[in-house]
Each structure stands twice: as C-alpha cells, then as structure tokens.
Design a protein around this ligand. Structure first.
Ligand SMILES: [Zn+2]
Length: 440
C-alpha cells in the first residue's frame, strides 16, 4: 500500500472561500480610538478661531453632546466598532457598523445627535430668561445653532441622511440626483461663510460615480437575490457567488489592493442588502419628526436670541435713567453686559453706548458722552427713532405726573433732537425739534 502524495485527491478548492471569509470575519477593530479623539479634539480647538476660550469650550461641549447622542443610539442597537472624533473647521462625527440595521434604527441613531441638544438648549434658554447669565445664554444659543445646522437636509449632515433613508435610497437615480443637489447646497452654504463645506461638496461630487455604481449594483442584486439575512452564515453559495461577481464587476483586476477592495465591496454589498429599509409609515414618521425638530430649533433659536437680547438691552437702557449719586451699580452693569459686543447686534451696541454716555455725563465729562453717542447716529437712524419715541413717551409721563424733567433728561432729549436734525428725515427732525422745544 503505497501512500504517494498524489494518491488522495484533495477536495477542490472552494472558489468562494475569500468572499466567505470577508463576510464572516469579525468587524475589524480599529486601534487607537481615544488617541484619534484626543488629537482631533486638539486640532479642532486650535483651529476653532476667535470667540474666546470660553466659547471654544462651549462649542466642543455642544458637539460632544451631539456625537455622544449618536454613539448612545449605536450602542443601544448593538453597533460595533464605535468611535467618535472631531473634524477641524467642521465639527465632529460618530461612527459604528452594524450589518442588517433596520431603517428605523438608523433613523433613530441619526435623530439622537441633534434631539438632546435641542431639548437641553430649550431648557437652558428658558432658565436663562430668568437668571440672565451670559455664559448660559451662549450655551443655549450654540446648542440651537449647531444642532439646527446638522438638521439641514443636505447629506452628509444628519438631516440629509434622514432624507436619504426616508426618500432617496429607494432608487439609484433619486439617490444620485439628491447627492448632486446636496453638493450644490453645501457649496451654497460655503459661499455663505462655512468655507469647509466647499471641500465637502467637492468630495461628494468626486465620489458620485462610485456611489452610482454601488447603488446600481445594490439595485441589481436586490432584483436577483432579494433582501439578505443579517447572519452571513445563512447566505447560500449562490448568493455569495452573486455578491462576489458583482464586486468583481465593480473592482476588476488582480492587484493586492484591488482584491482587498473587492472583498470589502462583497461585505458592503451584503451589509446594504441586509439592512432593512424604512417602510412608508417609518418614512412619514421620520420626516414628521425632522420637521418638528427643525421647527423647535428655529422657533427656540429665534426666541432665545430675540427675547434674551431684548431683555438684556432693556436692563441696560433702564440703567441709563438711573440717577442715584452712586455710579457703581450702573458701571458694574455696563461691565457685565457690554464687554462683549457683536457688530451685528446694533440694538445692543446702541444700548451700551447710551449707558456709557450716561456714565460719562454723570461724571461731568460731556465731551466723552457726545463722542460715545456720535456713532449711534451713524449706525442706525431707525434705532434712534425707537429711542426718541421712548424719550417722548417718558417726557409725557413726567408731565402727567407734574414732575419737571431733570437736567440730565433735558440734555438727553436735546441731544436726540440735535442728532435728528443732522441725520434723520425732515419729519423726524421736526418731531425732534418739537420735543426739544417743550423743554426750553
Ligand atoms: Zn450628527
């Protein structure tokens, strides 16, 4: 009995062995997750631009809360290879993988980013109306701003990905059109000031051909083999062979890198076909929830800005008429509310200038008071109209009470009349002169 090496016929090599291995291999654990987070966080902080250290910390905290929300959702639904990192100039991202994730799970993971921030922002905005703490106001405003931005329906922002899942994934042509529309929209936002979005838009356009090929391959496979089980062990040879030949069509060739890309494609195709798309009801609910989030963000953000700003400006103006000999409270108020000013917030700037002028005036330095008020006229005449109307109203009230306007108030009104004479319309100047005449 000879035992020559060739006597026993080996079982024929399995032609699907590589694809089978790629499908059943455990998720590759990418190393150094916390290091990536730390380095990206530092890069983000360094490039975060102006606004002060406190504001940079607020922005990082708001982004972290947003990404941790996504991460919590992924953890909840059993996603693997979870990680979170910052993207300099842009924001943050959370990633994880799960083959066969149901559409509703993917949508909930997307919503869990912006929703906590919108809710917390809303609560803080309401609290801030009572306590009026500038840092708290900044946190609430940043919560609304960053989460509203993420809800913009342009992929890869959360809002865009919700729209993809709800509507545009259903046909490769719809998907491609939406992707192109998103790139145009992102470039538009880039023009408006978020410069990094030009880059994102360019990447999106460059990735479009590959995206179309992938979506068409998914459509073709869906027609041939239908939706697939989430367990790769349950795939038939026929199915694996179909996945493999589709991957080969997308990545033809034989180089090491090409073969690796092909095997990754086998897995990506399976993951896509195993994912359960969102049903019609789910899509309607997702879009309704998205609309509600956007509405809360817009109404909350605008109300926060307008109410918070108006309340703050009102308190500043109230201090302008403070006539107690002690200047300390008004000065402290000025220091607290007027140190940080945005050139866009004209109302705030004018309120601060009026308080500064009032402080100068009470210290006897009328030249400094005039200098402080000079830009007010140039900044915004309509704002002065509001100021004049308030001054006239106050004058009428004082007359009704039988109180003589004090020297301070008289000077204030005369100054308004003078400014109107120089800068405002005929009609407004006449009103100002009449008001001034009442005091002569
Ligand atoms: Zn997000």
């Amino acid at each position: 009995m000879s035992d020559t090496p060739n006597a026993v016929e080996a079982t024929p090599p399995d032609p699907l062995a590589d694809a089978r291995a790629a499908l059943t291999a455990p998720e590759q654990k990418r190393a150094g997750g916390s290091l990536v987070l730390l380095i990206s966080l530092l890069l983000f902080a360094v490039t975060a631009g102006d606004g002060g250290l406190a504001h940079v910390v607020v922005v990082i905290g708001v982004i972290l809360l947003h990404e941790l929300g996504h991460l919590f959702g992924m953890w909840l639904f059993g996603y693997k290879d979870l990680r979170i990192f910052f993207i300099p100039f842009f924001g943050g991202a959370a990633s994880g993988r799960k083959a066969g994730a149901a559409g509703w799970q993917q949508v909930i993971v997307l919503f869990l980013g912006p929703v906590p921030g919108v809710v917390v922002g809303g609560v803080l905005a309401v609290v801030n109306l009572a306590v009026q703490e500038p840092l708290l106001g900044d946190v609430a405003g940043t919560m609304f701003l960053i989460n509203a931005f993420n809800l913009i329906p342009l992929s890869p922002l959360d809002g865009g990905r919700i729209f993809e899942l709800a509507l545009f994934r259903r046909h490769w042509l719809l998907d491609a059109a939406f992707s192109l529309l998103c790139a145009a929209g992102l470039a538009g936002l880039g023009v408006l000031g978020v410069r990094v979005l030009f880059f994102v838009a360019a990447l999106q356009v460059m990735a479009l051909p590959a995206r179309i090929r992938f979506r068409r391959a998914v459509a073709e496979l869906t027609r041939r083999v239908g939706p697939l089980p989430a367990d790769p062990g349950a795939l038939s040879d026929e199915t694996i062979s179909a996945l493999r030949s589709e991957a080969e069509r997308l990545h033809p060739g034989s180089g090491v890198a090409i073969v690796e890309a092909r095997l990754r494609m086998v897995r990506a195709l399976w993951e896509e076909l195993a994912a359960r798309p969102l049903g019609a009801l789910g899509a309607v609910l997702a879009l309704a929830a998205w609309s509600a989030c956007v509405l809360v963000c817009l109404v909350g953000g605008i109300a926060h800005t307008v109410l918070g700003g108006a309340a703050r400006d009102g308190r500043i103006i109230a201090m302008v008429d403070d006539e107690s000999p002690d200047l300390a409270p008004a000065q402290a108020h000025y220091d607290a509310e007027c140190r940080e000013r945005s050139p866009d917030d004209v109302r705030h700037d004018i309120a601060c200038r009026r308080l500064a002028a009032s402080l100068h005036h009470r210290r006897g330095d009328d030249a400094a008071a005039q200098a402080e008020l000079e830009p007010v006229a140039a900044i915004e005449i309509p704002e002065l109209a509001v100021g004049l109307a308030a001054a006239l109203e106050q004058l009428e009230r004082l007359e009704a009470n039988g109180t003589t306007p004090t020297e301070h108030r008289r000077a204030h009104l005369l100054r308004a009349a003078e400014v109107y004479d120089r800068f405002a319309s005929e009609e407004e100047a006449a009103a100002a002169r009449a008001a001034a005449a009442k005091l002569e």
